[in-house]
Design a protein around this ligand. Structure first.
Ligand code: GCV
Length: 654
């Protein structure tokens, strides 16, 4: 009752008029302002700030003014003599200040005596779209690329949404880049998009294919030290800047998963990155060079980025940033941080998070990712990074992200790129208040906050990782190991289940991966008795009868974790059902439908994994938990139909 009253009060304070019963499709994201005025079109970023306030601000008059001495993109907001003064060193800062005010208004905060001072942690807060020229989106679960036929209204909302959380850059195309991304026709299209995003302070960037000089330039080589190659890149970059004067730069995936790179010509990552940095430098462009590299036949994939990049520390030009995924393998539900972050001391680095849920239930599972990203920041000092990138979860679906709650991850990414020390709870509550005006938010904040751990539990608890199906990254297939498939693309490479136990020995007696971490962490992770239990099977081959802190054996604990995950997923559905009176029926039913899939998938994960691992442990499922409801043969036979992975309706169906 108390929650309902609070919701109603906030609704009144903010003057909302949307009734909980008015259906919504989610297309307005968290920007569900009511227009109060029509506006004349005003140009430039400051013009955008003014027109956003004119259209939606309902409080005291706001004065926007430029002021020297403040940080780029930062702003102050002060209530003075009945007015609100927003000051910033640049126009983007004024725009962010305007969105800050609108956020306060929409979350029902008082604006009577404001004294706010904000500046972003990073100059570069950037989305990476993995969008292909044919409109498909790699690891995208929300429809086709929004850039395929950039609709001006949709692009405007995309720009507003990004600017409202401080995102100021976007890479338009997949890191698995087609050389054609640099064709004159593609560049014209990039120009159109850049023109649409510029008024919101957003710059565009492109992923490039390192072999472009050969593939579209007709040269016999793409050797970065070859003069003709350098000239080709110079001309191409000049062409880009003629079209897009504020172009941001290149994102490069090189010598990774079959993509071309400088090593094809006997050169290093530094040679390749520095050549591109040299041609971009006169235009103030940057190179974001990815460190996601691994080769077949390695004894430990987790070691490889470090082994390739550490020897190059200090050799990169000052407009190169090394972009490293948060963990050493690949966006798993839980990984330790990538040791490169603490090892490379002389190279600017940025973290790449994955907003799209490639490994966390695609657009079917409600998994709020901010707690996972904050876990990363508990190990890596935000100040040691130069920038933050997030692989977008955006497509042309009406609700943008495939799942209404996946919008929260886009939102949270932007908020954390602005300020990595914001608490995940705060961000969740802010997002909920703006996205669903009338919900009893506390229960949903709790649900969101527990969702990542629930996902870890029903998919791969206690440090297990990469036990996904061979042909998609949606469901479990810990047994998948057909002959001829490279070992590090099969789950047994990672889980190493046998009669003794489960997990990858990365200790000093194993792959020695622990050595890549600072001394105190190396010591902690190396000892099975001090290693955090949530990473146990990441760093150790854990005996089935290993004694856990709970007093259970490792096997029993594993069973319980899976079961905890299943029970949590079912609970989400129960909690959501209590929200029905407060949310429009379209969004209510759509979320409910997804939560049903999630609860069913959680069972699929638990049963497939426990029944399979049991063939090694030869131990019973503990009596005090629900026993699997499927059998292993049934699980092994189940296949998601080809093409269904990208379909939001995929999932286990009995
Ligand atoms: C864009 C993983 C994904 C690929 C992705 C790659 C990368 O392997 O499955 O889809 O390719 O990471 O980040 O480059």
């Amino acid at each position: 009752m108390k929650r309902i009253l609070i919701s109603a009060l906030v609704l009144l304070m903010a003057g909302w008029s949307i009734a909980a019963t008015d259906n919504e499709d989610g297309s307005r994201l968290w920007l569900r302002f009511n227009r109060t005025n029509t506006t004349a079109s005003i140009t430039g970023v400051k013009g955008t700030a003014m027109s956003e306030l004119q259209a939606y601000w309902q409080g005291a008059p706001v004065v926007l003014k430029r002021q020297k001495g403040l940080a780029a993109d930062g702003y102050t907001i002060k209530t003075q003599g009945g007015k609100i003064m927003v000051a910033a060193a640049n126009d983007a800062g004024l725009l962010y200040g305007a969105y800050h005010l609108l956020r306060l208004q929409q979350t029902g905060e008082s604006c009577a005596a404001l004294d706010i001072s904000e500046k972003p942690a990073y100059d570069l807060r950037i989305l990476n779209h993995w969008d292909n020229p044919n409109g498909t989106v790699e690891r995208g679960f929300a429809g086709k690329s929004i850039f395929l036929n950039p609709d001006p209204e949709r692009m405007k909302l995309y720009a507003r949404a990004n600017a409202s959380v401080g995102i100021n850059g976007t890479v338009l195309n997949n890191v698995n880049a087609k050389p054609e991304a640099l064709s004159t026709e593609s560049l014209q299209k990039a120009k159109t998009i850049a023109d649409q995003l510029r008024p919101y302070g957003i710059r565009v960037y492109l992923s490039i294919n390192f072999a472009s000089p050969i593939k579209i330039g007709g040269l016999p080589t793409a050797d970065p030290l070859n003069a003709d190659v350098v000239r080709w890149w110079k001309d191409k970059v000049n062409e880009i800047y003629r079209l897009i004067p504020d172009f941001g730069g290149f994102l490069v995936k090189a010598n990774s998963e079959g993509e071309p790179g400088p090593q094809d010509f006997g050169r290093t990552h530094a040679d390749g990155a520095n050549m591109l940095a040299g041609v971009l430098k006169p235009h103030k462009g940057v190179v974001m060079w990815r460190a996601f590299v691994y080769k077949a036949q390695s004894s430990d994939r987790a070691n490889q980025a470090y082994e390739e990049f550490m020897p190059l520390d200090g050799q990169f030009a000052d407009n190169v940033i090394i972009q490293v995924k948060n963990g050493p393998i690949d966006f798993q539900p839980r990984e330790p941080y990538s040791p490169l972050f603490t090892a490379m001391q002389k190279t600017p680095m940025m973290v790449e998070f994955q907003i799209t849920q490639e490994y966390l239930g695609a657009a079917n599972h409600l998994v709020y990712l901010a707690p996972m990203w904050q876990e990363f920041f508990s190990f890596v000092k935000p100040a040691s990074l130069k920038a933050m990138a997030g692989v977008a979860n955006i497509g042309d679906d009406a609700n943008w992200c495939g799942h209404h709650f996946a919008q929260a991850n886009w939102y949270a990414f932007g908020r954390l790129a602005w300020n990595p020390s914001l608490r995940s709870e705060e961000i969740a509550s802010e997002w909920l208040k703006q996205t669903f005006s009338t919900l009893p938010w506390d229960a949903l904040v709790d649900l969101m906050m527990s969702s990542r751990e629930a996902c870890v539990n029903y998919m791969m608890p206690l440090g297990i990782h990469h036990i996904f199906a061979g042909t998609h990254h949606y469901g479990p297939e810990p047994w998948y190991a057909p002959r001829g498939v490279r070992a590090d693309w099969t789950p047994p490479y990672y889980h190493k289940a046998d009669a003794v136990g489960l997990g990858f020995d990365r200790t000093l007696k194993g792959s020695t991966n622990v050595k890549q971490y600072p001394a105190e962490l190396c010591k902690l992770y190396n000892d099975i008795n001090t290693c955090p239990e949530n990473l146990l099977a990441w760093f150790h081959h854990v005996p089935w009868d290993h004694q856990m802190k709970s007093g259970r054996t490792f096997w029993d604990e594993l069973c319980h974790k899976y079961d905890d995950g299943v029970r949590a997923a079912r609970r989400f559905l129960v909690v959501w059902d209590t929200m029905q009176p407060y949310v429009d029926s379209q969004r209510f039913l759509e979320v409910q439908h997804k939560l049903r899939i999630q609860a069913r998938d959680a069972e699929w994960w638990r049963d497939a994994c426990l029944l399979y691992f049991q063939t090694f442990s030869q131990r019973p499922i503990p009596q005090d938990m629900e026993h699997p409801v499927h059998n292993l043969d049934e699980m092994k036979k189940f296949r998601i139909p080809i093409g269904m992975y990208e379909n939001p309706e995929c999932g286990y169906t009995r």
